[in-house]
Design a protein around this ligand. Structure first.
Ligand code: AMP
Length: 560
């Protein structure tokens, strides 16, 4: 496919905010796309050069891109940076630069989608001395052959932000309407196939060639991570038990551990560990690979569980924030293995030998899980669990989990099938609720993509002992588009200065914010960070002097 065609459709998608219109544009295009290109189009329109579980990275930064645009067009880095800061988008700056280029390339050849895809993928292979220069020259090569619109999307793809607002939902409905009947049931079938395979290329091709039956036949495959079943939040233990009991006669509870959700794929000697976000973290956890090799008795299986870090001195579980250092660290792995030992708690199994287990009950899956590995204390265990009958024993178990330093409990319907990627009521989490905080907005950042007209990321401050504001976290969820639009209006009036997408504000707007936990963190001036903060309300009735103090934050931290 000519890249010009791709860019034209991207422009049309970017020009509308209306979801239905986007779905229609995309569906028409997918229908017209020839068979060989469909997979490529489906990935590239969402800016995907790599699958989430591929460990390769493009290694393209904004400054490298500015250099590449300059190399290709000769308009000068100052000019490019000026347009970038005016438009807020380096892709738009690239389009401008191509339009105003001072050097014409002599042997320009039209870009194709395939070429852009392959050239960008190849960038990940450049290593060692001179690799950055080679990246600049490859990206410049694409821009030199690009028309203005094409340059915009080459740059946005290289930087990983397409800014089209085409998310999984749009793609799901477009595939359903291009190749099935476009009904809600068709969208559900597409979504389920995607949750199991995480591959819209495969899903689109299957929908086109084999229809809904073909989609239903798509199954879990080892080393292609699946979306994991998620939990709903219960309003407390009693409510949670009522909810689960209403759904199921057969239920049990497990400790809710505060670690990293992992799916482990095993096929003989090949063992890979993926996160809930489908990233491959095998390299960071050689100890887990070793434990699985030693204690998993199945030849082939896909295991679901939580990886928990421990303090080797006290033997206590450490909060996720600290544990996440091990996930991020890509060097000195052996040292990290020593510093932060882990236990793998298993609580589900999605495939065992040649059987896919999505459709059988949790009780039966757990029996398969028990037959697939031999527990070893502190290394690989079943998640602590207990059948519950009366609220008394349930509460004992809950308190036991909290005393042991875990987050709470999970209530699980043992009759339920596995629903990938869904927050269905089959699994309810119960954990102590923290009291909300009233905090002032100190700074804000313009969003990207669909919400780019909004200040979508808000930095929050509490009061220090001198009455100054010190930051404690940033907020980006919990508000509706309307609430965010109103907040944006209110906050832009308080602008002190702007730098790129960041806006410094006079600290006047007070928000009520809920969160799951307070953690110590060097990232913010207060020394604390809120985990999963959510917007609750604008507190017009409070002035900045009423916001919560660092003393209150400290005492909440101590009590949790
Ligand atoms: P949340 O992230 O608050 O939605 O809670 C769901 C997460 O709890 C899961 O994604 C797991 O990472 C984690 N978790 C901890 N213990 C369990 C357990 N026993 N069963 C299921 N999930 C668990």
């Amino acid at each position: 496919m000519e890249y010009a065609e791709f860019a034209t459709v991207c422009d049309r998608l970017a020009a509308t905010d209306a979801d239905l219109e986007q779905v229609q544009i995309l569906a028409d295009w997918l229908t017209e796309t020839d068979s060989d290109t469909l997979t490529l189009v489906v990935g590239m329109v969402r800016g995907k050069v790599f699958e989430p579980w591929e460990t390769a990275e493009l290694g393209v930064s904004s400054s490298l891109t500015v250099e590449a645009i300059d190399t290709a067009t000769g308009v000068g880095t100052d000019q490019i940076e000026t347009v970038w800061s005016e438009t807020g988008d380096l892709g738009d700056a690239a389009a401008w630069a191509v339009e105003h280029e001072t050097q014409q390339s002599l042997f320009s050849e039209p870009l194709t989608l395939q070429r852009v895809y392959e050239t960008l993928r190849d960038l990940a292979d450049f290593t060692g001395e001179g690799s950055q220069d080679r990246r600049v020259s490859e990206v410049a090569g694409l821009i030199a052959d690009a028309k203005p619109d094409e340059a915009r999307y080459v740059v946005r793809t290289a930087l990983g932000h397409m800014r089209l607002g085409v998310g999984d939902g749009t793609m799901r409905d477009a595939v359903a309407s291009a190749f099935l009947d476009g009904s809600e049931a068709a969208s559900d079938a597409v979504e389920r196939a995607h949750q199991v395979t995480n591959d819209y290329g495969l899903v689109a091709t299957t929908a086109r060639d084999d229809g809904r039956d073909g989609l239903a036949d798509l199954d879990v495959e080892l080393f292609r991570p699946v979306q994991m079943m998620l939990a709903k939040k219960a309003e407390g233990l009693t409510d949670g038990i009522d909810d689960v009991a209403e759904e199921a006669d057969d239920a049990h509870m497990e400790y809710k551990y505060d670690g990293a959700r992992v799916q482990i794929h095993v096929d003989g000697d090949e063992i890979r560990v993926y996160t809930r976000r489908l990233e491959d973290i095998t390299m960071q956890f050689p100890d887990v690979v070793e434990a699985v090799a030693e204690h998993v008795t199945a030849d082939r299986c896909l295991l679901d569980g939580e990886l928990v870090g421990y303090d080797p001195e006290t033997g206590n579980p450490i909060p996720f924030q600290e544990f996440s250092r091990r996930i991020k660290r890509k060097y000195d792995i052996a040292e990290m293995v020593e510093q932060i030992p882990v236990t793998l708690y298993l609580f589900d199994i999605l495939s065992h030998e040649d059987d896919s287990l999505f459709e059988i009950s949790l009780r039966d899956r757990l029996a398969r899980l028990d037959s697939a590995f031999e527990p070893s204390e502190g290394v690989i265990e079943r998640a602590a669990h207990r059948e519950f009958d009366t609220e008394g024993t349930a509460n004992d178990f809950y308190q036991e989990a909290l005393t042991a330093g875990h987050e709470g409990v999970m209530l699980k319907n043992l009759a339920a099938t596995y629903q990938p990627g869904e927050r269905v009521g089959y699994m309810m989490k119960v954990k102590p609720v923290m009291e909300p905080l009233d905090l002032v907005v100190t700074r804000a950042q313009w969003s990207e993509g669909r919400r780019s007209d909004y200040l979508g990321r808000l930095f929050l401050g509490c009061r220090d002992t001198d009455g100054e504001f010190i930051e404690i976290g940033r907020l980006s969820t919990g508000y509706t588009d309307e609430e965010l639009a109103a907040l944006t209006d209110e906050l832009t009036d308080l602008t002190v200065s702007e730098d790129g997408r960041m806006v410094d504000l006079r600290p006047e707007v007070v928000l009520e914010v809920e969160y799951e936990e307070i953690q110590q963190s060097p990232e913010y001036g207060s020394g604390y960070a809120l985990r999963f903060p959510r917007f609750l309300d604008v507190r017009d009735d409070l002035s900045p002097t009423d916001v919560d103090s660092i003393e209150r934050v400290e005492s909440l931290y101590e009590d949790q």
